[in-house]
Design a binder for this molecule. Structure first.
Ligand code: UN1
Length: 520
């Protein structure tokens, strides 16, 4: 029997971590029924997938709360946009310092609410710290260009200005890092932020908000530069439809993106969408197979298959397929499942029952399409943790890339297909509606460069000899096609959070018109 913590233990750990982060809940809060009064709306349960039971209750944001929050963020923006960017960066630096101090508290909450193993939860907080560092540097590098003017005595340049209030809508699987990517960058860009975390991870939302409020207070900045609103999709919809919100940055399913994109566009707002992925890796004959198998197993089974960058499709050269599949199945059999806080556990729970049901349905469809489930897909610990959903990661050998393989199922299923030549493998990589992450394992320079070329992978992320997941923050993150086209995090993704003004300055005494036009 594997031992799981009791609901009471998990409650106490959550309360202590929240208290340490500055959320208004006393460490003596009694189990059960501790309510955090976050808003004046209906109560909502915060649950832990570790045992599938209630951790705490939070009150959600009512429409009136949301209205008030957006008004406060709008007011705060009129001041914040005039604060010099490097001074704005100081708040983000302070946030980064507080995140360092509370790395373990926040990681505990990530594990409790999202079910991540400790190392991945700590990694997620590290990703927040990294983006804070990046954004602080960025606060002195929001560069515009100066262009050569065709007119004498004229200067032509561009400047970048804040866009306004940014709504950030995030998913359960990266409950804090994706918030940090958006918020750290949006804040240095001079925007204020209203955040709607996933209804499955409200506690991490409250903890981050409390840490940012502390950073703002330490630097005498109004805390309305950031506000959190809690609730289900109705709360996000209020933000989506609110004219006072200039930019909606939303992470979630393609279905959600289909709602958000057109609704924001209908009011001529901006949206930044980071939607589903259906990521593939190709294994070429020259690949270093030990390295490839390690990369594949981390990307496919890590986070219990619940990253948008999770490896879901493996396209193996036909000469290697049996060997590679054997190695992966052997590695899968040695993965330890269980309480994500226990030492040695590599695969934690699915977020809830509907993920488990979706996984079973996908496996049934794959079988109907001629797929052979080589391992995985079984529910485990159903006796010890009857309300939780732990499942062994699955490897399915497919005769072709059938319709189920073209769908993103947010669970650990790795479909394996074979190919004969690289062009065919690239065509398979690109033949799905999503376009987030992709990888090629090869030591052949020609193959590697072809995969990265215009005729190669059509994804926002294309890697060589690295799996599809676990990107660093320094690059722009996002993907093409149904993944939504947005870019967040590093590189020049900051431009999505600002508006560009083109300025022409005439310092001469004449008024020459461009293109040689005469008007006299
Ligand atoms: C996500 O799953 O929404 O590249 C984000 C990665 C992480 C971010 C994933 N750095 O896997």
């Amino acid at each position: 029997m594997t031992a799981f913590p009791s609901a009471e233990e998990l409650h106490d750990r959550a309360v202590q971590a929240l208290h340490n982060c500055g959320v208004d809940v006393t460490p003596e809060s009694v189990f059960t029924g501790t309510i955090i009064p976050a808003g004046s709306g209906d109560p909502m349960e915060a649950r832990s997938p570790i045992i599938g039971e209630e951790l705490l209750i939070v009150t959600t944001s009512s429409p009136a709360d949301v209205d008030e929050v957006v008004a406060a963020a709008t007011d705060a923006w009129t001041e914040w946009r005039n604060t010099p960017a490097p001074v704005r960066g100081n708040v983000v630096r302070e946030l980064g310092n507080l995140l360092r101090e509370h790395k373990e508290d926040l990681a505990t909450l990530v594990t409790l609410e999202a079910g991540k193993i400790t190392s991945e939860a700590l990694g997620e907080v590290q990703e927040m710290i990294d983006i804070c560092d990046f954004a602080v540097g960025l606060s002195r590098q929001l560069y515009g260009l100066t262009m050569a003017s065709e007119r004498p005595g004229h200067r032509l340049m561009e400047t970048w200005h804040p866009v306004g209030v940014t709504a950030v809508v995030t998913a359960f699987n990266f409950p804090v890092a994706v918030w940090a990517w958006n918020t750290a960058v949006a804040l240095v860009c001079g925007n204020t932020v209203v955040w709607k975390p996933s209804e499955r991870t409200p506690l991490t939302g409250l903890a981050c908000d409390a840490l940012l409020a502390r950073a703002a207070a330490d630097l005498d900045v109004p805390d309305a530069i950031h506000r959190v609103v809690l609730g289900r999709c109705e709360v996000a919809e209020l933000l989506v439809d609110d004219d006072r919100i200039a930019l909606v940055s939303a992470t979630g399913s393609v279905r959600m993106g289909r709602e958000v994109g057109p609704r924001v566009a209908a009011r001529f707002g901006r949206s930044l969408l980071e939607l589903g992925g259906n990521n593939a890796a190709i294994v070429a004959p020259s690949a270093d197979l030990d390295l490839a198998v390690r990369g594949i197993v981390f990307s496919a089974a890590g986070t219990a298959g619940q990253r948008c960058t999770t490896l879901r499709r493996l396209i193996v050269h036909e000469s290697l397929a049996d060997d590679v599949v054997d190695r992966i199945v052997t590695a899968y059999r040695s993965l330890t499942l269980g309480d994500p806080e226990s030492d040695g556990v590599l695969v934690g729970p699915l977020i809830n029952e509907s993920s488990y049901v979706a996984m079973q349905a996908a496996l049934d469809k794959a079988r109907a399409d001629g797929g052979d489930v080589l391992c995985g897909g079984e529910r485990v610990f159903a006796d010890e943790a009857p309300h939780a959903f732990y499942v062994t990661p699955a490897v399915v050998r497919m005769p072709a890339q059938t319709s189920i393989v073209c769908e993103e199922t947010f669970a650990p299923i790795l479909y394996v297909m074979t190919y004969a030549d690289l062009a065919e493998a690239i065509a398979l990589n690109n033949a799905v509606p999503q376009g987030l992450a992709s990888a090629l394992f090869t030591t052949d320079l020609r193959e590697a460069e072809t995969f990265l070329s215009a005729a190669g992978s059509d994804c926002g992320i294309a890697n060589i000899n690295i799996g599809t997941s676990g990107a660093e923050i320094g690059g722009a993150f996002g993907g093409e096609k149904q993944t939504g086209g947005g870019r967040e995090s590093g590189s020049d993704a900051w431009k999505n959070y600002m508006r560009r003004a083109t300025n022409t300055i005439n310092y001469s005494r004449d008024l020459p018109l461009a293109q040689g036009v005469r008007f006299t």
